[in-house]
Design a binder for this molecule. Structure first.
Ligand code: UDX
Length: 460
């Protein structure tokens, strides 16, 4: 879509949450809308700012920092960072001022609306104050959007706080989820914040002129139908326009906050077709040191070739993670470790036969759309439900639950990559890919949803 000539159909502004798994889909959405003739303005924080030089077709406006970056840096974890960012933006009025400037500088062609990430409540409040409608981008699945809207019910019916002996209990209102798939705020160090985080999306959705979800009818028709029924009462429109990474032409390197190590592509070129397990636990959540050691030895002992992303901050208490003594020698020639990979390209590479993932929604979508089966080890939040869908709905992989221990890892990795079960799972993954890609064809559900979204934006 980049490079298409934007006709002067109108302008849209977008404000991403400045974390990798949220920034990429927002830029991809911007690209899709730009390809449909809308001029694009990206508002952003100076913290994790997108690379303006990689997107000359967009106008970029950094909001004056006013302590926002410091507030984010001082917060300890992902959830606290989101609240710190909202509080700092609201206290300083910096977003309101930036939006007011855009509206007054472009009186002839002001943005018809502002697309925001679900958790940017402060940004929405500023827009509402200025009479600018907002549309909310949900970067997770439709199932998770429904799940997070159900937290009052989950507490009322006693599913939460989760009891140890009920982890396997089916949540009959949200099949096929089980209690173990629910993000449980009571287990989180800052329970109050964890409780509040699931409500942010409810608030922004309620005050929006529509929601855009990075999913497709091929993957989540029942969940989308249920959402439309729930939200339709208030007239909120739901647009399923995923997978954005396939719909948009933005190169993944252009939205990456970290430099991608391309040496792994050369290494994959030397490996046999379908032989390599790709291992990555996403951009945010950390793992414990003991788990890291077990993962390392589980991979080493499996004998399976692997490519493993060990990013800075992956291991709690180790800024620069160090691999266990003897590991590199044990996996010499068979295992490759990088700090950050060009993941979409890795998953599309013929040598990759499986993905051990934390099931962040972007990673899950990227794997599905390359037909790569998954070993699911969700760490946090929406990832837990995504892993359940991989195993029980799409049947394109399986969950690795319970304690991480090298013997269990070795067995799980081998089951994903070798033998009859692996072949069947791979076959289903290829079939799902074919079905999912059809949404992107002309006349497909995703293309139609984009048409409807553009009409809706132009009607605001
Ligand atoms: C979190 C949530 O878990 C996710 O569900 C939510 O919707 C976004 O934020 P995150 O840890 O960022 O997720 O994972 P994911 O959603 O999978 O996004 C990670 C992105 O980083 C993917 O687009 C992936 O391609 C990219 N990536 C990852 C790389 O480009 N290189 C790597 O080495 C690893």
């Amino acid at each position: 879509m980049a490079g298409a000539n934007p006709q002067d159909r109108g302008r849209i502004a977008l404000f991403p949450l400045p974390f990798q798994g949220h920034l990429s889909p927002m830029l991809q959405l911007a690209d899709v809308l730009h390809g449909r003739g809308l001029a694009v303005t990206i508002l952003h924080t100076t913290f994790n700012a997108p690379d303006a030089a990689s997107h000359p077709e967009f106008a970029f406006i950094p909001i004056p920092d006013e302590g926002v970056a410091d507030a984010i840096a001082a917060a300890k974890d992902g959830i606290s960072k989101i609240f710190a960012m909202n509080d700092a933006m609201e206290a300083s009025g910096c977003v309101r001022d930036a939006l007011a400037a855009i509206l007054s500088e472009e009186p002839r062609r002001p943005p018809s609306c502002l697309v925001i990430d679900t958790s940017l409540v402060a940004v929405q409040k500023a827009a509402v104050e200025l009479g600018l409608p907002t549309i909310v981008l949900h970067t997770g699945s439709a199932a998770c959007t429904r799940l997070f809207r159900s937290y009052a019910m989950l507490h009322e019916k006693g599913y939460l706080p989760a009891k140890e002996h009920e982890l396997d209990r089916p949540v009959k209102e949200l099949p096929p989820l089980r209690v173990s798939d629910l993000f449980d705020p009571s287990k989180y160090p800052n329970k109050e914040m964890a409780n509040k985080i699931v409500h942010l999306a409810i608030e922004t959705t309620a005050n929006s002129a529509g929601i855009v979800i990075n999913t497709s009818e091929a993957l989540e028709t029942p969940e989308l139908e249920a959402l439309r029924q729930e939200l339709g009462i208030n007239g909120t429109k739901v647009f399923a326009i995923g997978p954005l990474h396939k719909l948009s032409a933005i190169d993944s390197a252009a939205s990456s906050l970290l430099e991608q190590d391309r040496s792994c592509i050369e290494w994959l070129d030397t490996q046999a077709t379908g032989s390599v397990l790709y291992v990555s636990f996403g951009s945010v959540a950390p793992i414990h040191r003991d788990d890291f050691t077990e993962v390392a030895w589980g991979l080493a002992n499996s004998g399976i070739p692997f490519l493993w992303v060990v990013r800075r901050g992956l291991v709690i208490g180790m800024e620069e993670p160090e691999l266990p003594d003897g590991f590199e020698l044990a996996v010499d020639g068979r295992g490759k470790v990088v700090r950050w990979a060009p993941q979409q390209e890795v998953l599309a590479h013929g040598a990759v036969g499986g993905f051990w993932t934390h099931n962040g929604w972007n990673s899950t979508l990227e794997s599905i759309h390359e037909g790569v089966p998954m070993l699911s080890r969700p760490l946090f939040g929406d990832q837990l439900a995504n892993g359940r869908y991989v195993q029980d709905v799409w049947k394109i992989g399986f969950l690795l639950q319970g304690k991480l221990e090298r013997g269990r890892i070795e067995k799980a990795v081998t089951a994903l990559m070798e033998g009859d079960l692996a072949a069947e799972t791979r076959e289903r993954a290829k079939e799902l890919r074919t079905k999912a890609m059809m949404c992107l064809e002309i006349g497909g559900s995703t293309r139609r949803a984009v048409d409807e979204l553009v009409d809706h934006i132009l009607s605001l």
